[in-house]
Design a protein around this ligand. Structure first.
Ligand SMILES: Cc1cc2nc3c(=O)[nH]c(=O)nc-3n(C[C@H](O)[C@H](O)[C@H](O)COP(=O)(O)OP(=O)(O)OC[C@H]3O[C@@H](n4cnc5c(N)ncnc54)[C@H](O)[C@@H]3O)c2cc1C
Ligand code: SF4
Length: 548
């Protein structure tokens, strides 16, 4: 077999790569295509990978497909930003609207493990009130979930990923101690902490999904700082090295380099399986249930591309909301220069955080919240930021790059409000598989702008308080795609119910960031994984009652 993860599927012939042993393999059950499996899952990231694992552990037969390759981090990943662009979903997409989104590495991954292979590992719980933001806080939409139940599933995921975090978390209801001790602060994180203390607000070590102590064959973090380019040591607890090996051990089959182009439904509005392209040809996998977990662009795209005579507007779209209420999070920053060396690239990008403005509502002229974190951009990303955000080039760019080791920065993850006009639709253009590509339309609303302005002013004060100089604001950056197939209690105003089950096609499920009705002011992957764990438990319960 070729050693190139893109040349041919690696998960085949009854085995899958052993991500913990160079050149190693683990046995993997394989399923026939013409016999229906209990669940076929499209996407193996935070949502799909977690669900595949937990459904297989509950005894269901599972095939999980991913359009991306099956990487071996110990061998395939390099400390090289350019080389690692292979992790990103870079297929053609059209962006428009007043604030077009930047796609590619900033926003989505294409690999077994999904975007968690190159995510920054920040693992935060929602503020409880956000699950009922419409009723309790007056904006957005209520989730059909109760925070107390989510608190249970957050703990399950934190334990599964051995999240490293502080002994006690300063905000929100009590939670168990994090399984692994917090990482030491780097100098960039120390600057955040000093700024918070000067302004009289709380801060803490960021809870992150990278090991602070050994775990089986995975080594603790070595603070190389290449997290968003893929972790070559397996310290990062991505789905690729956590849920996926567990899923395979429990009997799930993973199919890499398998692009799903269409979900098939029969005349009685039941999903019968998926058409997928693998190894040079289109194939069909029969299934009793289909789960879509392709992230907030590819999930609505697949549902829309699966339209039939009976469902001319796409599957699961009786509400007309598939593709609508897409949300990113604001990701603006304030940067400065310190007299001393900071070398912010040492270690994971964010090692300290404040959620002050997620939990404090007084003094705000906007709905929602934001956290802000210390930052550690790698050199190429930093040069790109200087070019795109400040227009620096040539001698001016070189002059700024020479200050790289002294740069300090704070960046928000901010809540953007759901708006139906922010959406994913199908463009007329097609991709390499002949499938219509997504068009992504986005515009900030006034509330989004007020939140951004507040955060930039506050972070400026925080950097001034630690004597950073040459401060400048990065006004336009976004991260994390969510929404576009929201969950709810009402089939007229939501796409799936609390169990991630489609209202229209009863054996079609959506289990990824698309189901978020609101995004909150924290990074989403912990919540996506908690929902996936809950969904697996609910499916087990429903199966036991004959309700599947
Ligand atoms: C640079 C970066 C940093 C981030 N940092 C953080 C962080 O610190 N903390 C945090 O909580 N979140 C972070 N995120 C966000 C987080 O990674 C995502 O929210 C999360 O992974 C989304 O989970 P998902 O299951 O919706 O999709 P993904 O994890 O992206 O998984 C979707 C998978 O589906 C596959 N797929 C899509 N369509 C098809 C199809 N038609 N056929 C077959 N396969 C398909 C894709 O290849 C992909 O592998 C970051 C994201 C990025 C890009
Ligand atoms: S800093 Fe830690 S998590 Fe990030 S790439 Fe290095 S070893 Fe992996």
């Amino acid at each position: 077999m070729s050693d190139d993860p893109f040349a041919a599927p690696r998960a085949a012939h009854g085995r899958a790569p052993d991500v913990f042993r160079p050149g190693g393999w683990i046995p993997m059950r394989q399923h026939r295509q013409d016999e229906p499996v209990d669940f076929v899952i499209v996407g193996t990231g935070a949502g799909g990978g977690t669900l595949a694992c937990r459904l297989a552990e509950h005894g269901f037969s599972v095939v999980a497909m991913d359009a991306g390759p099956y990487f071996r981090p110990l061998e395939d990943f390099a400390s090289d930003e350019s080389e690692q662009t292979k992790l990103y979903w870079t297929d053609d997409r059209i962006v428009d609207g007043a604030n077009p989104l930047q796609m590619g590495g900033n926003n989505s991954g294409k690999a077994v493990g999904g975007s968690t292979v190159h995510f920054a590992m920040v693992s935060l719980r929602f503020r409880p009130a956000w699950f009922k933001s419409r009723s309790l806080l007056g904006y957005g939409a209520d989730w059909p979930l109760d925070w107390r139940e989510m608190w249970h599933y957050y703990s399950e995921v934190e334990d599964a990923l051995k999240i490293a975090g502080p002994v006690s978390y300063p905000w929100g209801p009590r939670r168990p101690r994090y399984p692994y001790r917090a990482h030491e602060l780097n100098a960039a994180a120390r600057a955040l902490a000093d700024g918070c203390e000067a302004l009289g607000i709380k801060w803490t070590e960021t809870p992150i999904a990278t090991l602070s102590a050994p775990r089986g064959l995975a080594h603790p973090c070595v603070y190389r700082g290449f997290c968003t380019s893929g972790c070559a040591t397996n310290a990062k607890q991505s789905a690729l090295v956590t849920w996926i090996p567990r899923a395979i051990a429990a009997g799930a089959e993973i199919r890499d380099l398998a692009m799903v182009g269409r979900i098939e439904t029969d005349n009685s509005a039941v999903a019968t399986g998926v058409h997928y392209y693998r190894d040079g040809q289109w194939r069909f996998q029969r299934a009793r249930n289909v789960v879509v977990a392709g992230y907030a662009i590819e999930t609505p795209r697949l549902l829309l591309n699966s339209a039939t005579g009976r469902f001319p507007d796409g599957l699961a779209n009786g509400s007309g909301l598939v593709g609508k209420n897409l949300m990113v999070q604001s990701n603006q920053a304030v940067w400065g220069t310190m007299e001393r060396e900071v070398r912010s690239y040492k270690g994971p990008p964010s090692l300290a955080i404040t959620e002050h403005w997620n939990y404090e509502d007084k003094g705000k002229d906007f709905f929602g919240g934001y956290c802000y974190m210390s930052q550690g951009p790698l050199p190429q990303l930093w040069a790109n930021t200087l070019m795109s955000a400040r227009g620096l080039w040539g001698a001016r760019l070189i002059e700024e790059m020479e200050k790289y080791n002294h740069v300090v920065g704070l960046k928000i993850v901010g809540e953007m409000l759901p708006q139906e006009t922010n959406r994913v639709t199908l463009a007329d253009e097609t991709d390499q598989y002949g499938l219509r590509i997504p068009r992504i339309t986005y515009a900030w609303c006034d509330n989004d702008r007020r939140l951004i302005d507040h955060s930039l002013a506050f972070m400026t004060q925080a950097l001034e308080a630690v004597d950073a100089t040459d401060l400048w604001r990065q006004n336009d950056d976004t991260c994390h795609l969510n929404g576009a197939a929201r969950m709810g209690d009402d089939p007229f105003t939501s796409v799936v119910n609390a169990d991630c089950r489609s209202w229209d096609v009863r054996n079609l499920w959506i289990c990824d960031g698309s189901v978020f009705p609101t995004v909150g002011g924290v990074n989403p992957s912990l919540t996506i994984q908690a929902i996936a764990c809950r969904t697996a438990d609910r499916i087990k319960t429903m199966a036991g009652r004959g309700e599947l």
